[in-house]
Design a protein around this ligand. Structure first.
Ligand code: SME
Length: 159
């Protein structure tokens, strides 16, 4: 397993994802501990993109409970259908929110977060958690983030 990342930062998101995705694959290769792998995915994304907040919530007893993350402390529990994370869980869909203040019921863990993307982690047809990425910039996330972060969640779910 590779333990050091080579971070080269480009102006192009595509290039940044192309650089980090194979490294995430190498980091997770041969490791089946889901918590360890979520922790390393969060750390790798934070190093590559300096996102404001990046991390996981896991479904436990019909709630989302905070999992491994990088960034400021965050809300511990989120109910189904609440906030962007709870809505992504309920719908089983990736959600991109350009301005969190306009999202009904958005849960403001930090006033520093302005836009957000949340991807459900779907295993055998069941959503077991979400990946949440927050930016301090408005409208930071687009279809490039969606497709590449989906690739990353698929790598995670394969292990
Ligand atoms: N803003 C999220 C809550 C999680 S934090 O941003 C880390 C939401 O509305 O679901």
């Amino acid at each position: 397993m590779a333990e050091d990342l080579t971070i080269s930062i480009s102006d192009s998101k595509e290039t940044n994802y192309k650089s980090i995705i194979p490294q995430i694959e190498a980091l997770l290769a041969g490791e089946d501990d889901f918590v360890a792998n979520m922790a390393n995915v969060s750390a790798a994304l934070k190093e590559q993109f300096s996102f404001f907040w990046v991390g996981f919530y896991l479904v436990k007893n019909e709630e989302l409970v905070l999992g491994p993350f990088q960034g400021p402390v965050a809300c511990t529990r989120i109910k189904k259908g609440k906030g962007v994370c709870g809505t992504s869980w309920q719908k089983g869909e990736t959600l991109i929110v350009d301005d969190v203040e306009t999202f009904p019921g958005h849960i403001a863990c930090s006033s520093g977060s302005k836009s957000e993307i949340v991807l459900p982690l779907i295993k055998n047809g069941v959503t077991i958690g979400v990946l949440d990425v927050d930016s301090e910039h408005l409208a930071h996330f687009d279809s490039v983030d969606k497709s590449n972060l989906e690739t990353i969640t698929n790598i995670l779910l394969k292990h």
